[in-house]
Design a protein around this ligand. Sequence first.
Ligand SMILES: [Fe+2]
Length: 238
Amino acid sequence: MTDIVISGNMKLADIANLDKRALVFLPRFGIDLGLGDKTIKETCQTHNINVDFFLLMINVFLNKNYFPDRKLKNLDVGMLLMYLENSHKYYLEEKIPYLEKLIEVFKQTVKHPATKQLDMFFKQYILEVKEHLAYEDQTAFPYVAKLAEEMKNENVNLSDIDYHIGVFEERHDNIEEKLSDLKNLLIKYFPPSNDRYIRIRILYELADFEEDLMNHARIEDKVLISIVAQLEKNMHKK
Ligand SMILES: [Fe+2]
């Protein structure tokens, strides 16, 4: 699935059937399941989404070998930010609380002193994820929004902004990498206890979170950083 380039004439339901990652991707565009037999083009029309932008995003998200080309030029920055903010909302309001619940069940089910360590490790990790997301939501994205807004004006005024996308690029560490430590704690080091199925459930969820974060970071690296670097370049030409 991941090597197919998705086009506008494909049915969205087929994509969702073939690749489960599309299930978390669609709500970020405000698209809910109950897709019927509509093609991507038709669904985008219904939801007022630019189809080229949607195709660019879904291809980058599902296929790590896909490289966006010149299409980046006409990209709607507002829509890109909306998509990224919706992804963050999903992590903060859905995924992390669910993981927290599972860890709580684990703690209650498993009577082993090492649960304390696991809990601490997990909490520390979640704190780092939240800090990472807060930095993007409160610093990087507002900067991008302001830049896009100013570019529409004739007189660009960014004198009060001491920031550029290179700072974001440098700081953009991979939060998903630390997840592998957490996974290994459960796979390798936590001794066998009365936890067989809850441990598997947690690992499934961690692996799913890890994959989602990787695909998300790819959008930020390949789409957001490229488009903002381009905007900054144009701004200096003005
Ligand atoms: Fe992000």
